[in-house]
Design a protein around this ligand. Structure first.
Ligand SMILES: Nc1nc2c(ncn2[C@@H]2O[C@H](COP(=O)(O)OP(=O)(O)OP(=O)(O)O)[C@@H](O)[C@H]2O)c(=O)[nH]1
Ligand SMILES: [Mg+2]
Length: 330
């Protein structure tokens, strides 16, 4: 289950991919720098895990992660094969959600698509039009096979009006995917107004620089971010929410603390399978408490136990964000 990073050429997609995943994908000031898609995992440096690591005196910590895919820039006409369009579009059909980057930084060295008319909102619409057009081609192909299909007739009409499909029966429509718009801004500039849900603002260049700083220096510079600007952590949390995921933790005292991302609504039995297939096969029950309860007892595990906040749960228990789970298996 990955999140696709999309947008016009030269908006900073690969730069963002690199800081999220600590990869070294090519990011450069010429358009279509990315040809082959880059895939990688981004670890979410969840502060709760750092605390558990300390508390349980572990020697190893494994952060939960999210998979990202960074693809070629999508110019107008991509749905008809312009640029690297078609290939790009196929790659993100498997993505679960999209992080849509638009540009609001100016740089004389980094060329811009149609600079005379470019605004973040227009850029956004240009790319979205391509998603609708690519989906429309699919709808038309399906209707060629079966012109009676009620679903595809209805969906085709919506797509023609550039309205998102009501549902995505085959799980292949790009315009049906959840989307977060990330505006790549310049720290210190005014906030651009974008009339949209799910918009976040980040200065990717600045985040790149922050990443390379020593912790003390980083603290000082982080103070320069406006309150409406997101840091890396916040971007990860937003994407995690969009993926509809929750994080649970497993602890092996003295050894490893580990964070796992799992789809909201999954049972502890399914969670066990994520940790180890044996734990699922031989699942008996699970000891569960939430990080919030631990916080409330001021990280005193004895008080936590005495207060009855540690429960035994059967296989159908639904995992919540922040659960700390010990699987009992035989
Ligand atoms: N000034 C400034 N430059 C940036 C920012 N983000 C990215 N850049 C630069 O813009 C150029 C393009 O960035 P890329 O990450 O390669 O852009 P891309 O969207 O992946 O481009 P394609 O792969 O060609 O579609 C690079 O030279 C980056 O260093 C930013 O926030 N501010
Ligand atoms: Mg790129």
């Amino acid at each position: 289950m990955n999140c696709g990073i999309i947008g016009l050429p030269n908006v900073g997609k690969s730069a963002l991919f690199n800081i999220l995943t600590e990869n070294k994908a090519r990011s450069s000031n010429y358009p279509y720098c990315t040809v082959e898609p880059n895939t990688g995992v981004a670890y979410h440096k969840d502060k709760r895990l750092d605390k558990l690591f300390e508390l349980f005196d572990a020697s190893k910590k494994s952060y939960p992660y999210i998979k990202f895919i960074d693809v070629a820039g999508l110019p107008p006409g991509a749905s008809k094969g312009e640029g690297l369009g078609n290939r790009f579009l196929g790659t993100i059909r498997d993505s679960y959600c999209l992080l849509h980057l638009v540009r609001d930084f100016s740089s004389p060295d980094v060329s811009r698509f149609k600079p005379e008319s470019s605004t973040p909102f227009r850029d956004l619409e240009l790319v979205e039009t391509e998603l609708f057009l690519a989906d429309l081609q699919i709808a038309e192909r399906r209707l060629d096979d079966n012109s009676e299909s009620e679903y595809w007739n209805k969906t085709r009409i919506r797509l023609m009006k550039q309205q998102r499909p009501e549902n995505d029966e085959e799980g292949i429509l790009l315009s049906a995917k959840e989307q977060i718009v990330l505006v790549n801004i310049t720290t210190g500039n005014k906030k651009p107004e974008i009339d949209r849900e799910n918009v976040i603002y980040a200065d990717i260049k600045f985040l790149e620089e922050l990443k390379d700083m020593a912790p003390e220096e980083r603290k000082e510079f982080t103070g320069m971010l406006a309150d409406w600007e997101s840091g890396l952590d916040e971007i990860m949390v937003k994407v995690k929410d969009m993926l509809d995921m929750v994080t649970f933790f497993t602890v092996e005292g003295g050894k490893e603390v580990k964070g796992h991302n799992i789809k909201k609504g999954k049972s502890v039995y399914e969670a066990a399978g994520k940790v180890h297939s044996d734990m699922q096969k031989k699942f008996i029950k699970a000891e569960v408490y939430n990080y919030k309860s631990l916080e409330e007892t001021n990280y005193n595990t004895r008080r936590l136990r005495e207060s009855g906040k540690i429960r035994m749960e059967g296989r159908d228990y639904k995992v919540k964000d922040g659960d700390i789970i010990k699987i009992m298996f035989g």
